[in-house]
Ligand binder design. Structure first.
Ligand code: MTE
Length: 398
C-alpha cells in the first residue's frame, strides 16, 4: 500500500502557470485573473484556481493506491483505481467555488481572517469519474438512503495531506448520506479534469467533486470514505467555513452555534474591466461577467446598472454562445456558471453594478456590511465597479 501521508514540507510542489495571481505561497493559494475567467466557459486546468491547506501530496504509484470505504457501512471495501474505473464513467461540467471568493473586498469593511481572494476563487471544469452513489452501492447502501440500520447518516472524506489546522492531520469533510446516495446530485469521485488525468494540484489520483456546494467539501487526494453517525468533526467542518452574523467576532464566537456551510449562494461578478478602462464619455462598452448559484439553481436574470443603481437593464445570458440559456432547462449545465453580457453607453463618473436572481428567486444583498462575517465567507453582495470622471482610473469594490 502507498504511504498515505502527504509531505509536511513544501519541497516537491508542482510547477504552476505564471499568470495565476498568487495569494499565498505556502500553502499554495492562487486565483484566476478576472479577465481570464470569462475568456472560456470551461476554465483551462493550468489557469484554474488552486486552494490548499498544506503541501501537495505525491501519490505517484496508482497501482498501489487504495481508498478504504469503512465506518458504519454494511460492507467495507478496499478500492483500487482499476475498481473505480470499472464503475460507469460520468462527465459532469461543474463549478468549484471557494467559500472565500471575494473575501478581500469584504475585508475592506472590517478586517477578516483568512487568505485574501479577489473574484477568481472559482472555475468551471468538466470532471470525469464515477458517481459516489454507485460506489456506495458496492458497500450495500442503496440509492437515496438517508440513514442506515447501523446509524450512518453522513459520508466523511479523508485526505492524505498534512494540515496545520488539523495539528498535522489530514484534511477532511463530510456531506449527508442522502446527498451522497442521490444519483441526481452528481457527486463524483473524479480522476479526470477537462479530459486529462487529474493533476497533483487538483487531487491526483482521485478527488471528490460535490457540485453546487462550497469547494471545501470537494476533498482532494482521497484516502478514506467513512459512513459516520454525526457530521465530520474536522477543523474545516466545525471551526471554519461557517457563516456568522456581523455581530459575532473572535471574542464572542460559539462555533457550535452554526452548521457547516454547504450550498453557495447566488453570485455575479463583472469581469470585463479592460473594456471599461478604455471607455470614454458616451462610448459603448461591453460589460461581461459570470453568474452562478448553488444547489443546481439556474440564473433567472442578471441586472446591470450604469448609473449607480438608479436604472437597471437586463443583460443577456449564455453558457454556450448561440444556444439560448433557459434556467433549469434540460439543455443547460445545471452545475455550471452562466456568462452575462451587455453593451451600453457609459457616462463617467458613475458606478457600474451587477446583481443576479436565481431560479428560486434568491437575490444578492446590496451591501457587503450587512453580510460581513469574521471569516470573510460567501461575499455575494452586488458587484460594483467605480469609474471616475476621467475614466482612466477605476477600481472594483465590494
Ligand atoms: N482537499 C484537501 N485534501 N485539502 C485541501 O486543502 N481544499 C478545499 C478543497 N479540497 C482542500 C481540499 C477547498 S477549501 C477548496 S475551495 C477546493 O478543494 C479547491 O480545489 P482546487 O484546488 O482543485 O481548485
Amino acid at each position: 500500500m502507498q504511504a498515505l501521508r502527504g509531505p509536511s514540507k513544501y519541497d516537491d510542489e508542482p510547477s504552476r502557470h505564471p499568470s495565476l495571481k498568487i495569494n499565498a505561497k505556502q500553502p499554495f493559494n492562487a486565483e484566476t485573473p478576472r479577465t481570464i475567467l470569462v475568456e472560456s466557459y470551461v476554465t483551462p486546468v493550468d489557469m484554474f484556481y488552486k486552494r490548499n491547506h498544506g503541501p501537495i501530496p505525491v501519490l505517484d504509484d496508482p497501482q498501489r493506491y487504495r481508498v478504504k470505504v469503512g465506518g458504519l457501512v454494511p460492507k467495507t471495501l478496499l478500492i483500487s483505481m482499476d475498481d473505480i474505473r470499472m464503475l460507469p464513467k460520468y462527465t459532469v461540467t461543474a463549478i468549484l467555488q471557494c467559500a472565500g471568493n471575494r473575501r478581500t473586498p469584504m475585508s475592506k469593511t472590517k478586517p477578516v481572517k483568512g487568505v485574501g481572494w479577489d473574484v477568481g476563487a472559482l472555475g468551471n471544469a468538466v470532471w470525469g469519474g464515477a458517481k459516489l452513489s454507485d460506489l456506495l452501492k458496492l458497500a450495500d447502501i442503496p440509492e437515496n438512503t438517508a440513514n442506515t440500520e447501523a446509524g450512518g447518516k453522513h459520508v466523511e472524506f479523508t485526505s492524505v495531506d498534512v494540515c496545520k489546522e488539523e495539528n498535522g492531520g489530514p484534511y477532511k469533510a463530510s456531506i449527508p448520506l442522502l446527498h451522497a446516495t442521490n444519483p441526481k446530485a452528481d457527486v463524483l469521485l473524479a480522476y479526470e479534469m477537462n479530459g486529462e488525468v487529474l493533476n497533483r494540484d487538483h487531487g491526483y489520483p482521485l478527488r471528490v467533486v460535490v457540485p453546487g456546494i462550497i469547494g471545501a467539501r470537494s476533498v482532494k487526494w482521497l484516502d478514506r470514505i467513512d459512513l459516520i453517525e454525526n457530521e465530520c468533526q474536522g477543523f474545516f467542518m466545525q471551526k471554519d467555513y461557517k457563516m456568522f452574523p456581523p455581530t459575532v467576532d473572535w471574542h464572542n464566537i460559539n462555533w457550535l452555534s452554526r452548521r457547516p456551510l454547504m450550498d453557495f449562494p447566488i453570485q455575479c461578478v463583472i469581469c470585463s474591466l479592460e473594456d471599461v478602462c478604455s471607455m470614454e464619455w458616451g462610448k459603448k462598452v461591453n460589460i461581461h461577467g459570470y453568474a452562478l448559484s448553488g444547489g443546481g439553481r439556474g440564473i433567472e436574470r442578471v441586472d446591470v446598472s450604469v448609473d449607480g443603481g438608479k436604472t437597471w437593464i437586463e443583460a443577456s445570458r449564455y453558457q454556450k454562445r448561440g444556444v439560448p440559456y433557459v434556467a433549469d432547462s434540460e439543455e443547460c449545465d445545471k452545475w455550471s456558471w452562466v456568462f452575462f453580457e451587455l453593451q451600453t453607453e457609459i457616462y463617467p463618473p458613475t458606478d457600474i453594478i451587477a446583481k443576479a436572481v436565481d431560479s428560486a428567486a434568491n437575490v444578492q444583498p446590496e451591501k457587503v456590511d450587512t453580510i460581513w462575517n469574521l471569516r470573510g465567507v460567501l461575499n455575494n453582495s452586488w458587484h460594483v465597479v467605480h469609474v471616475n470622471s476621467t475614466a482612466k482610473a477605476m477600481r472594483s469594490s465590494l
